[in-house]
Design a protein around this ligand. Structure first.
Ligand SMILES: C[S@@+](CC[C@H](N)C(=O)[O-])C[C@H]1O[C@@H](n2cnc3c(N)ncnc32)[C@H](O)[C@@H]1O
Length: 368
Protein backbone atom coordinates (compact mmCIF):
# COMPACT_ATOMS: atom_id res chain seq x y z
CA UNK A 1 0.00 0.00 0.00
CA UNK A 2 1.39 3.43 -0.90
CA UNK A 3 2.01 6.08 1.72
CA UNK A 4 -0.75 8.64 1.23
CA UNK A 5 -0.12 12.29 2.03
CA UNK A 6 -2.27 13.70 4.86
CA UNK A 7 -5.72 14.60 3.44
CA UNK A 8 -6.57 18.29 3.21
CA UNK A 9 -9.53 19.55 5.28
CA UNK A 10 -11.85 19.25 2.22
CA UNK A 11 -10.57 15.75 1.39
CA UNK A 12 -11.00 14.61 5.00
CA UNK A 13 -14.61 15.82 4.94
CA UNK A 14 -15.28 13.97 1.64
CA UNK A 15 -13.69 10.79 3.05
CA UNK A 16 -15.90 10.97 6.16
CA UNK A 17 -19.02 11.19 3.97
CA UNK A 18 -17.80 8.39 1.73
CA UNK A 19 -17.46 6.02 4.69
CA UNK A 20 -21.29 5.72 4.89
CA UNK A 21 -22.34 6.68 1.32
CA UNK A 22 -21.84 5.71 -2.29
CA UNK A 23 -19.45 7.60 -4.61
CA UNK A 24 -22.43 9.36 -6.25
CA UNK A 25 -24.08 10.32 -2.95
CA UNK A 26 -20.75 11.72 -1.71
CA UNK A 27 -20.21 13.67 -4.93
CA UNK A 28 -23.73 15.15 -4.71
CA UNK A 29 -23.34 16.02 -1.04
CA UNK A 30 -20.09 17.95 -1.65
CA UNK A 31 -20.94 19.38 -5.08
CA UNK A 32 -17.93 17.71 -6.74
CA UNK A 33 -17.63 15.14 -9.52
CA UNK A 34 -17.77 11.40 -8.84
CA UNK A 35 -14.30 11.14 -10.44
CA UNK A 36 -12.89 13.57 -7.88
CA UNK A 37 -14.33 11.54 -5.02
CA UNK A 38 -12.79 8.36 -6.50
CA UNK A 39 -9.39 10.04 -6.98
CA UNK A 40 -9.35 11.21 -3.36
CA UNK A 41 -10.38 7.74 -2.17
CA UNK A 42 -7.64 6.15 -4.30
CA UNK A 43 -4.95 8.53 -3.00
CA UNK A 44 -5.89 7.80 0.61
CA UNK A 45 -6.45 4.03 0.31
CA UNK A 46 -10.14 4.53 1.05
CA UNK A 47 -11.83 2.99 -1.97
CA UNK A 48 -15.12 1.34 -1.07
CA UNK A 49 -13.68 -2.09 -1.86
CA UNK A 50 -10.07 -1.35 -0.82
CA UNK A 51 -9.69 -4.48 1.28
CA UNK A 52 -10.96 -6.76 -1.52
CA UNK A 53 -8.67 -5.07 -4.06
CA UNK A 54 -5.68 -5.66 -1.79
CA UNK A 55 -6.66 -9.30 -1.28
CA UNK A 56 -7.03 -9.88 -5.02
CA UNK A 57 -3.62 -8.32 -5.72
CA UNK A 58 -2.01 -10.53 -3.08
CA UNK A 59 -3.75 -13.65 -4.47
CA UNK A 60 -2.59 -12.77 -7.98
CA UNK A 61 1.03 -12.22 -6.87
CA UNK A 62 0.93 -15.59 -5.03
CA UNK A 63 -0.39 -17.36 -8.16
CA UNK A 64 2.28 -15.67 -10.29
CA UNK A 65 5.07 -16.74 -7.92
CA UNK A 66 3.82 -20.37 -8.07
CA UNK A 67 3.60 -20.14 -11.86
CA UNK A 68 7.15 -18.79 -12.14
CA UNK A 69 8.54 -21.69 -10.14
CA UNK A 70 6.84 -24.05 -12.62
CA UNK A 71 8.28 -22.09 -15.58
CA UNK A 72 11.83 -21.93 -14.20
CA UNK A 73 14.60 -23.36 -16.41
CA UNK A 74 12.35 -23.57 -19.48
CA UNK A 75 10.94 -21.72 -22.49
CA UNK A 76 7.15 -21.64 -22.69
CA UNK A 77 5.39 -21.93 -26.02
CA UNK A 78 3.42 -18.75 -25.39
CA UNK A 79 2.64 -15.27 -26.61
CA UNK A 80 5.01 -12.73 -25.12
CA UNK A 81 2.30 -10.65 -23.44
CA UNK A 82 0.59 -13.70 -21.91
CA UNK A 83 3.95 -14.89 -20.59
CA UNK A 84 4.96 -11.53 -19.10
CA UNK A 85 1.50 -11.09 -17.59
CA UNK A 86 1.89 -14.41 -15.79
CA UNK A 87 5.10 -13.30 -14.03
CA UNK A 88 5.10 -11.68 -10.58
CA UNK A 89 6.22 -8.08 -10.19
CA UNK A 90 9.87 -7.48 -9.22
CA UNK A 91 11.06 -11.04 -9.90
CA UNK A 92 13.82 -10.62 -12.52
CA UNK A 93 17.41 -9.54 -12.06
CA UNK A 94 17.99 -9.22 -15.80
CA UNK A 95 15.93 -9.31 -19.00
CA UNK A 96 18.06 -10.05 -22.08
CA UNK A 97 16.18 -10.16 -25.32
CA UNK A 98 16.32 -9.46 -29.02
CA UNK A 99 12.93 -8.27 -30.18
CA UNK A 100 11.26 -9.06 -33.51
CA UNK A 101 11.98 -6.06 -35.79
CA UNK A 102 8.66 -6.23 -37.69
CA UNK A 103 10.41 -6.50 -41.04
CA UNK A 104 8.60 -9.58 -42.33
CA UNK A 105 10.87 -12.33 -41.00
CA UNK A 106 8.98 -15.59 -41.41
CA UNK A 107 9.23 -17.01 -37.89
CA UNK A 108 7.73 -20.44 -37.33
CA UNK A 109 6.36 -22.54 -40.14
CA UNK A 110 6.46 -19.80 -42.75
CA UNK A 111 3.87 -17.71 -40.90
CA UNK A 112 4.49 -13.95 -41.40
CA UNK A 113 4.11 -12.95 -37.75
CA UNK A 114 6.57 -10.11 -38.15
CA UNK A 115 4.45 -7.80 -40.31
CA UNK A 116 2.21 -5.53 -38.23
CA UNK A 117 1.22 -1.99 -39.17
CA UNK A 118 4.01 0.26 -37.82
CA UNK A 119 1.88 2.05 -35.20
CA UNK A 120 0.51 -1.23 -33.91
CA UNK A 121 4.04 -2.61 -33.63
CA UNK A 122 5.17 0.42 -31.60
CA UNK A 123 2.11 0.03 -29.34
CA UNK A 124 2.91 -3.66 -28.90
CA UNK A 125 6.49 -2.79 -27.94
CA UNK A 126 5.18 -0.22 -25.43
CA UNK A 127 3.07 -2.89 -23.71
CA UNK A 128 6.03 -5.29 -23.64
CA UNK A 129 8.44 -2.68 -22.24
CA UNK A 130 5.94 -1.61 -19.61
CA UNK A 131 5.59 -5.21 -18.44
CA UNK A 132 9.36 -5.73 -18.49
CA UNK A 133 9.68 -2.69 -16.20
CA UNK A 134 7.09 -4.25 -13.89
CA UNK A 135 8.84 -7.63 -13.60
CA UNK A 136 12.33 -6.18 -12.97
CA UNK A 137 13.49 -6.09 -9.37
CA UNK A 138 14.69 -2.74 -8.06
CA UNK A 139 18.27 -2.62 -9.41
CA UNK A 140 17.31 -5.03 -12.22
CA UNK A 141 18.49 -4.40 -15.78
CA UNK A 142 17.06 -4.84 -19.27
CA UNK A 143 19.38 -5.47 -22.22
CA UNK A 144 17.29 -4.87 -25.32
CA UNK A 145 19.06 -5.83 -28.51
CA UNK A 146 17.59 -4.03 -31.50
CA UNK A 147 18.26 -3.23 -35.15
CA UNK A 148 15.94 -1.29 -37.45
CA UNK A 149 12.24 -1.68 -38.18
CA UNK A 150 10.36 -0.34 -41.24
CA UNK A 151 7.42 2.07 -41.23
CA UNK A 152 4.33 1.51 -43.39
CA UNK A 153 6.03 3.28 -46.34
CA UNK A 154 8.99 0.90 -46.07
CA UNK A 155 11.45 3.48 -44.63
CA UNK A 156 13.93 2.23 -42.07
CA UNK A 157 13.48 3.35 -38.44
CA UNK A 158 16.30 2.52 -35.97
CA UNK A 159 14.68 0.83 -33.00
CA UNK A 160 17.11 2.18 -30.41
CA UNK A 161 15.85 5.66 -31.32
CA UNK A 162 12.19 4.64 -31.60
CA UNK A 163 12.16 2.87 -28.21
CA UNK A 164 14.45 5.09 -26.14
CA UNK A 165 11.69 7.35 -24.79
CA UNK A 166 9.38 4.37 -24.24
CA UNK A 167 11.96 2.81 -21.92
CA UNK A 168 12.35 6.11 -20.05
CA UNK A 169 8.62 6.59 -19.76
CA UNK A 170 8.37 3.09 -18.30
CA UNK A 171 10.37 4.52 -15.36
CA UNK A 172 13.70 2.96 -16.33
CA UNK A 173 17.10 4.67 -16.21
CA UNK A 174 19.41 4.77 -19.21
CA UNK A 175 22.77 3.10 -18.65
CA UNK A 176 24.38 2.48 -22.02
CA UNK A 177 23.83 1.87 -25.69
CA UNK A 178 26.13 -0.91 -26.83
CA UNK A 179 27.23 -0.86 -30.45
CA UNK A 180 27.49 -4.50 -31.45
CA UNK A 181 29.93 -4.45 -34.39
CA UNK A 182 29.02 -7.12 -36.90
CA UNK A 183 31.76 -8.13 -39.32
CA UNK A 184 29.54 -9.50 -42.13
CA UNK A 185 26.10 -8.82 -43.55
CA UNK A 186 24.07 -7.78 -46.58
CA UNK A 187 25.26 -5.11 -49.01
CA UNK A 188 22.43 -2.68 -49.77
CA UNK A 189 22.17 -0.54 -52.92
CA UNK A 190 22.74 3.22 -52.56
CA UNK A 191 23.32 3.12 -48.79
CA UNK A 192 26.17 2.27 -46.49
CA UNK A 193 26.15 -1.33 -45.39
CA UNK A 194 24.96 -1.81 -41.80
CA UNK A 195 27.71 -3.29 -39.68
CA UNK A 196 26.40 -2.62 -36.22
CA UNK A 197 23.26 -3.08 -34.18
CA UNK A 198 22.46 -1.53 -30.81
CA UNK A 199 21.58 -2.90 -27.42
CA UNK A 200 19.86 -0.46 -25.09
CA UNK A 201 20.71 -1.04 -21.44
CA UNK A 202 18.28 0.42 -18.91
CA UNK A 203 17.93 -0.25 -15.21
CA UNK A 204 15.26 0.07 -12.56
CA UNK A 205 17.10 2.48 -10.30
CA UNK A 206 20.83 1.99 -9.80
CA UNK A 207 21.98 -1.42 -11.16
CA UNK A 208 22.25 -3.86 -8.27
CA UNK A 209 25.18 -5.64 -9.96
CA UNK A 210 27.96 -4.47 -12.26
CA UNK A 211 30.88 -6.86 -12.80
CA UNK A 212 33.35 -5.35 -15.25
CA UNK A 213 35.90 -8.20 -15.22
CA UNK A 214 34.15 -10.72 -17.51
CA UNK A 215 33.85 -8.02 -20.19
CA UNK A 216 37.27 -6.42 -19.96
CA UNK A 217 39.35 -6.33 -23.13
CA UNK A 218 43.10 -6.93 -23.52
CA UNK A 219 45.22 -3.83 -22.93
CA UNK A 220 46.98 -2.57 -26.06
CA UNK A 221 50.20 -2.07 -24.05
CA UNK A 222 50.01 -4.16 -20.87
CA UNK A 223 53.59 -3.18 -19.91
CA UNK A 224 52.90 0.59 -19.96
CA UNK A 225 53.90 2.44 -16.78
CA UNK A 226 52.80 5.80 -15.36
CA UNK A 227 55.44 8.40 -16.22
CA UNK A 228 54.39 11.04 -13.64
CA UNK A 229 52.28 11.55 -10.53
CA UNK A 230 52.01 9.48 -7.35
CA UNK A 231 52.06 6.19 -9.28
CA UNK A 232 55.10 7.08 -11.40
CA UNK A 233 56.90 3.92 -12.52
CA UNK A 234 53.98 1.62 -11.71
CA UNK A 235 52.02 -0.38 -14.28
CA UNK A 236 49.19 1.92 -15.38
CA UNK A 237 46.70 -0.73 -16.55
CA UNK A 238 44.63 -3.32 -14.69
CA UNK A 239 45.79 -6.96 -14.42
CA UNK A 240 42.45 -8.18 -15.79
CA UNK A 241 42.47 -5.88 -18.84
CA UNK A 242 40.94 -2.57 -19.95
CA UNK A 243 37.63 -1.31 -18.51
CA UNK A 244 34.85 -2.62 -20.79
CA UNK A 245 33.50 -0.18 -23.37
CA UNK A 246 30.18 0.13 -25.17
CA UNK A 247 31.64 -1.20 -28.43
CA UNK A 248 31.42 -4.98 -28.67
CA UNK A 249 32.97 -6.74 -31.64
CA UNK A 250 31.30 -10.15 -31.79
CA UNK A 251 30.80 -12.28 -34.91
CA UNK A 252 27.13 -12.70 -35.91
CA UNK A 253 25.63 -16.14 -36.32
CA UNK A 254 25.97 -16.66 -40.08
CA UNK A 255 25.30 -19.87 -41.98
CA UNK A 256 28.58 -21.60 -41.12
CA UNK A 257 28.75 -20.43 -37.52
CA UNK A 258 29.17 -23.26 -34.98
CA UNK A 259 26.16 -22.01 -32.95
CA UNK A 260 23.85 -21.84 -35.99
CA UNK A 261 20.48 -23.57 -35.56
CA UNK A 262 17.45 -23.49 -37.84
CA UNK A 263 16.35 -20.17 -36.30
CA UNK A 264 16.33 -17.24 -38.76
CA UNK A 265 17.49 -14.46 -36.40
CA UNK A 266 19.77 -15.87 -33.75
CA UNK A 267 22.15 -13.66 -31.75
CA UNK A 268 25.54 -15.01 -30.59
CA UNK A 269 26.01 -16.59 -27.19
CA UNK A 270 28.85 -14.21 -26.38
CA UNK A 271 26.52 -11.20 -26.60
CA UNK A 272 24.05 -12.66 -24.11
CA UNK A 273 26.89 -14.05 -21.99
CA UNK A 274 28.46 -10.60 -21.51
CA UNK A 275 25.16 -9.05 -20.46
CA UNK A 276 24.51 -11.93 -18.04
CA UNK A 277 27.98 -11.81 -16.50
CA UNK A 278 28.10 -8.01 -16.13
CA UNK A 279 24.62 -7.52 -14.64
CA UNK A 280 23.97 -10.67 -12.60
CA UNK A 281 25.60 -13.02 -10.13
CA UNK A 282 25.25 -16.81 -9.82
CA UNK A 283 21.69 -17.87 -8.95
CA UNK A 284 20.12 -14.63 -10.23
CA UNK A 285 17.09 -14.84 -12.52
CA UNK A 286 17.50 -14.04 -16.23
CA UNK A 287 14.40 -13.73 -18.42
CA UNK A 288 14.15 -13.73 -22.22
CA UNK A 289 10.52 -13.21 -23.32
CA UNK A 290 11.51 -13.74 -27.00
CA UNK A 291 13.75 -16.75 -26.37
CA UNK A 292 14.03 -17.81 -30.04
CA UNK A 293 16.56 -20.64 -30.28
CA UNK A 294 17.34 -20.27 -26.54
CA UNK A 295 20.65 -18.37 -26.74
CA UNK A 296 20.06 -16.32 -23.57
CA UNK A 297 19.13 -19.46 -21.66
CA UNK A 298 22.28 -21.26 -22.80
CA UNK A 299 24.35 -18.28 -21.56
CA UNK A 300 22.45 -18.24 -18.25
CA UNK A 301 22.83 -21.99 -17.70
CA UNK A 302 26.53 -21.99 -18.60
CA UNK A 303 27.15 -19.29 -15.99
CA UNK A 304 24.99 -20.79 -13.22
CA UNK A 305 22.08 -18.33 -13.41
CA UNK A 306 18.39 -19.30 -13.24
CA UNK A 307 16.37 -18.60 -16.37
CA UNK A 308 12.89 -18.56 -17.87
CA UNK A 309 11.39 -17.38 -21.16
CA UNK A 310 8.84 -17.73 -23.93
CA UNK A 311 8.63 -18.03 -27.68
CA UNK A 312 5.60 -18.52 -29.84
CA UNK A 313 7.35 -20.71 -32.40
CA UNK A 314 10.72 -22.02 -31.18
CA UNK A 315 10.14 -23.16 -27.58
CA UNK A 316 11.08 -26.77 -28.44
CA UNK A 317 14.36 -25.69 -30.01
CA UNK A 318 15.17 -23.39 -27.07
CA UNK A 319 14.48 -26.14 -24.53
CA UNK A 320 16.61 -28.68 -26.43
CA UNK A 321 19.50 -26.22 -26.66
CA UNK A 322 19.34 -25.29 -22.97
CA UNK A 323 19.13 -28.98 -21.98
CA UNK A 324 22.34 -29.69 -23.92
CA UNK A 325 24.25 -26.80 -22.27
CA UNK A 326 26.44 -27.38 -19.21
CA UNK A 327 27.97 -25.13 -16.58
CA UNK A 328 31.13 -23.76 -18.09
CA UNK A 329 34.63 -23.54 -16.73
CA UNK A 330 35.85 -21.39 -19.63
CA UNK A 331 38.04 -18.39 -18.79
CA UNK A 332 35.82 -15.58 -17.51
CA UNK A 333 38.56 -12.99 -17.84
CA UNK A 334 38.79 -12.30 -21.58
CA UNK A 335 40.88 -9.16 -20.92
CA UNK A 336 43.84 -11.28 -19.77
CA UNK A 337 46.15 -11.84 -22.74
CA UNK A 338 49.33 -13.96 -22.80
CA UNK A 339 51.38 -10.77 -22.82
CA UNK A 340 49.54 -9.13 -19.90
CA UNK A 341 49.70 -12.35 -17.90
CA UNK A 342 53.52 -12.37 -18.22
CA UNK A 343 53.78 -8.64 -17.36
CA UNK A 344 51.59 -8.92 -14.27
CA UNK A 345 53.13 -12.15 -13.04
CA UNK A 346 56.57 -10.49 -13.12
CA UNK A 347 55.14 -7.41 -11.37
CA UNK A 348 53.42 -9.51 -8.72
CA UNK A 349 56.63 -11.46 -8.04
CA UNK A 350 58.57 -8.23 -7.58
CA UNK A 351 55.90 -6.98 -5.12
CA UNK A 352 55.58 -10.32 -3.31
CA UNK A 353 51.87 -10.50 -4.26
CA UNK A 354 49.66 -12.25 -6.84
CA UNK A 355 48.05 -10.56 -9.88
CA UNK A 356 44.64 -11.38 -8.33
CA UNK A 357 45.42 -9.68 -5.01
CA UNK A 358 46.72 -6.61 -6.87
CA UNK A 359 43.53 -6.56 -9.01
CA UNK A 360 41.36 -6.90 -5.93
CA UNK A 361 42.97 -3.98 -4.11
CA UNK A 362 42.69 -1.85 -7.29
CA UNK A 363 39.01 -2.75 -7.47
CA UNK A 364 38.51 -1.86 -3.81
CA UNK A 365 40.17 1.53 -4.38
CA UNK A 366 37.86 2.15 -7.33
CA UNK A 367 34.67 1.44 -5.43
CA UNK A 368 35.84 2.91 -2.07
C1 LIG B 1 14.87 -11.96 -32.91
S1 LIG B 1 14.16 -13.46 -32.51
C2 LIG B 1 14.97 -13.93 -31.02
C3 LIG B 1 16.20 -14.75 -31.30
C4 LIG B 1 16.96 -15.20 -30.08
N1 LIG B 1 17.61 -14.08 -29.42
C5 LIG B 1 18.00 -16.24 -30.48
O1 LIG B 1 19.20 -16.00 -30.29
O2 LIG B 1 17.62 -17.27 -30.99
C6 LIG B 1 12.57 -13.03 -31.98
C7 LIG B 1 11.71 -14.19 -31.55
O3 LIG B 1 10.43 -13.69 -31.18
C8 LIG B 1 9.48 -14.72 -31.42
N2 LIG B 1 8.14 -14.11 -31.44
C9 LIG B 1 7.57 -13.35 -32.40
N3 LIG B 1 6.33 -12.96 -32.03
C10 LIG B 1 6.12 -13.47 -30.79
C11 LIG B 1 5.05 -13.39 -29.85
N4 LIG B 1 3.94 -12.71 -30.12
N5 LIG B 1 5.19 -14.02 -28.67
C12 LIG B 1 6.32 -14.72 -28.36
N6 LIG B 1 7.36 -14.84 -29.22
C13 LIG B 1 7.27 -14.21 -30.41
C14 LIG B 1 9.93 -15.32 -32.73
O4 LIG B 1 9.47 -16.65 -32.86
C15 LIG B 1 11.45 -15.23 -32.62
O5 LIG B 1 12.00 -16.46 -32.21
Amino acid sequence: MRNAAKPTREEASILRTLADSTYQQTADAHGVSRGKVYTIALAHSARKNEERIRERKAERQKRQIEMLSEMMGATQEADVLDYLDSLPSACADLVVTSIPYNVGVRYGDGIASDAMPHLRYLGWMTMIISDIARILKPGGVVFLQCGSTKDDAGSLVPLDIALFETLRKAGLDYQNRVAWLIPHGLTPRGRLSERHESALIFSKGRPATFNPDPARTPQKQPGKRAFKGANKGQLSGHPFGAWPSDVWRIGNVGHNHPEKTGHPAQFPEELAMRAVQIYTGPGDLVIDPFSGSGTTHVAAKRTGRRFSGADLFYAGMANDRAAAADMDDACILPGVSEESRAVWQAEARSRGETPTSIARSMQEDLFA
